[in-house]
Design a protein around this ligand. Structure first.
Ligand SMILES: Nc1ncnc2c1ncn2[C@@H]1O[C@H](COP(=O)(O)OP(=O)(O)OP(=O)(O)O)[C@@H](O)[C@H]1O
Length: 219
C-alpha cells in the first residue's frame, strides 16, 4: 500500500495555513512530520483522514486518486491529538469494539491489568492515551495516522510504543507527528518538516537545524 497526499492548500478565513504539502508513506515505512507549534501538522493528518476539508488536496492510494474520504474506506485508523474514547465506556468494551485482545495487552503492560472493568475516564490521562494508542496500532488497518502518540506518556511506555510501531509497520504504512523529535527520528524512515505551510523532505538531519526547527548543536 502506497499512500500519498499532495498539493494541499488550506485556509482559515484569510489565513494561509498550508500551501504546498506532499508526503508519502508505504507499507513497511514510518513517515514523520515535524514542525513548530501551529505549523499545520494536525491539519495535514486530518486532511489525510478526511475529517478536515482543504481548499485543494489530492490523495493517492497505490498511485490511484482516492475519490472518497480515507475514513470511509476502512483502510485507515487515526489517533487524533485528543482523547477519542467515549468517557463512560469500560476498558474491556473498548477492546471488544476494536477487536483487540486484552490478554496480549496485559502481557505488554501488566501494570494496567487492574483496569479491565474500569470506565476509561477513571484512568489517568497517560494511561488512557496508552490504551488509545495501543488500540489504534493493533486495529486491523493498513494505514495508521498518529497525532502526538508520545504526548503525556512516560518514558518506559514510550519505548514500548516505539517497539510496537516498529513491529506493526511491517504490515502497515504509518504517518506520525510528535514533538519528541529524538523519539520520532529513532523510528522514522522518512521525515518531512512543515515550514511556512510547505513540507520539506529532510535528507540530512542537520537540515532540521538549518531550517531553524532545532537549535544549532541539538543533534
Ligand atoms: N478550526 C480552526 N479554525 C481556525 N484556525 C485553525 C483551526 N484549526 C487549526 N487552526 C490553525 O491552523 C494552524 C495549524 O494548526 P495545527 O493544529 O494543524 O498545528 P500543529 O502543527 O498540529 O500544532 P501543535 O504542534 O501545536 O499541535 C494554527 O495556526 C491553528 O491556529
Amino acid at each position: 500500500m502506497i499512500f500519498e497526499i499532495d498539493s494541499v492548500e488550506l485556509y482559515f478565513k484569510e489565513k494561509t495555513i498550508l500551501n504546498g504539502i506532499y508526503l508519502k508513506t508505504e507499507t513497511g515505512k514510518t513517515t514523520s512530520l515535524l514542525g513548530r507549534n501551529g505549523s499545520g501538522k494536525s491539519c495535514v493528518l486530518n486532511i489525510a483522514f478526511g475529517t478536515l476539508i482543504a481548499k485543494y488536496s489530492h490523495i493517492r492510494l497505490n498511485n490511484k486518486p482516492l475519490k472518497k474520504p480515507l475514513y470511509q474506506t476502512q483502510l485507515a485508523s487515526f489517533l487524533p491529538q485528543y482523547h477519542f474514547t467515549p468517557n463512560q465506556v469500560k476498558v474491556s468494551v473498548l477492546f471488544k469494539l476494536f477487536n483487540v485482545k486484552w490478554k496480549d495487552f496485559i502481557v505488554e503492560f501488566p501494570e494496567l491489568t487492574k483496569y479491565k472493568q474500569y470506565k476509561i475516564n477513571t484512568l489517568s490521562g497517560g494511561e488512557r492515551r496508552l490504551i488509545e494508542i495501543y488500540l489504534i496500532l493493533k486495529k486491523n488497518a493498513k494505514i495508521i495516522l498518529l497525532d502526538e502518540p508520545f504526548n503525556g506518556i512516560s518514558p518506559l511506555y514510550i519505548d514500548k510504543i516505539k517497539l510496537l510501531i516498529e513491529i506493526k509497520k511491517k504490515h502497515k504504512a504509518i504517518i506520525l507527528t510528535d514533538h519528541r523529535y529524538q523519539d520520532v527520528i529513532a523510528i522514522s524512515d522518512t521525515i518531512y518538516l512543515i515550514k511556512n505551510g510547505c513540507s520539506k523532505l529532510i535528507n540530512n538531519l542537520t537540515e532540521l537545524e538549518d531550517y531553524n526547527y532545532l537549535l544549532q548543536g541539538s543533534l
